[in-house]
Design a protein around this ligand. Sequence first.
Ligand code: MG
Length: 162
Amino acid sequence: MPQEIRAGIGFDIHRLVRGRRLVLGGVEVPAESGLLGHSDGDALLHAVTDALLGAIGAGDIGELFPDTAPENKDRDSSDFVREAARRARAAGFRVQNLDATVILESPRLSAHKGAIRARLAELCECDPSRVNVKAKTGEGLDAVGRGEALAARAVVLLAREG
Ligand code: MG
C-alpha cells in the first residue's frame, strides 16, 4: 500500500510600515519598515502555518489564532507554526519538505535565507535539507512592488509516519 502523503498550500500578505521590526521566518531582518499585524506580522510563518494546517485538513490560522484575541497581540508567530506542526505530528504525519517564497522589494534576503531556513526546520522539527526558502521582488508592480507590502507563499508535503 502506498505511503499516505498530504500537500498543503499557504499564502499571506502584510502591510509594511515604519516603526515596526521586520521579523521573517522567525528571524529579525534589519530593515527600514516592518510588518503590520495583530501578531508580530511574520507573513512567512503565517503562510507556513496555513500550509501545515491545510495538509491535515485543520482549517486555517485565523480559526486557530483569531486576530481579535488579546493573547495573540504582538505574539511571536513561531507559536503558530509550532502548534500547526504539533497537530500534524499528532495526526501521524511528518514533514517531507517545505518550500517557500517571500516576495518583497527590500531589503535583499540573501544574507538571511540560511538563518530563516534553519529556523523553519527547527519549528517544523525536520532537517534543514528538507526546507527551501526563495526570495524575489514584485518587479515594481502592485502593492508589493511599491514596497507597501510583503507577501509569502509556502507549500508543504507531509507523509504518514511508520
Ligand atoms: Mg498574517
